[in-house]
Design a protein around this ligand. Sequence first.
Ligand SMILES: *Cc1c(COP(=O)(O)O)cnc(C)c1O
Length: 235
Amino acid sequence: MSLEENIARVKENMVRAARAAGRDPAEITLVAATKVQRSDTIRRAIAAGVTVCGENRVQEMTAHLEDDAYAGAALHFIGHLQTNKVRQVVGRVDLIQSVGSEHLLDAIEAQAAKLDLVQDILLEVNIGGELSKSGVAPEAVKPLAQKAISCPHLRLRGLMAIPPVAGQPGANRPFFAKMYQLYVDIRMNLDHNGTVINCLSMGMSDDYEDAVREGATLVRVGTALFGPRPPMRQG
Ligand SMILES: *Cc1c(COP(=O)(O)O)cnc(C)c1O
């Protein structure tokens, strides 16, 4: 199947999953996870209806930005972000989805203050409690969200999660449901200073339909659009 056909099919599946769950399909956006793809491929995806690109690696992203590969789409940073690379990301992307520690939050606030801009962010939650994964523990989400909201150069837009690798179809649904609860909780119980918290980013190629059923507003899909990635450069 071609990239164009894959994009159309994934979008159809998202619409179907949304309707089946009684949700408005317009609330849910496909984020194309473009890691390891070439600039030409990214341009093709955008021409075929991708409206948001998600990048993992600062170096690749910088090269694509120099190429103007994302023209016509929004750009999200979705990968692990080291504090020493914050300078290369803040102000260059529409949303940093992967803010998984207070240390990183502070670094982004400092850089945004330096540039005199407001950076949209999501807090990344380690919903599976995996030692190997970055992200805020579920019980630490609320205090960190409160802090994010008090930072003048950050705009907290919601939450993101990468659940454990699922052994079988449906295995991640309980994690998605837990994420939805956390999301509703910060939406309802924090003083937002007028900020709209409307982003819940979860679901990838194998489970984006389940994520939509459980309340995702952003799904991050790579393989189902672009095909398998070369094993050495996965991540
Ligand atoms: C690569 C990646 C995805 C997409 O993964 P697929 O399984 O290829 O759909 C989603 N989110 C993040 C953070 C990623 O790094």
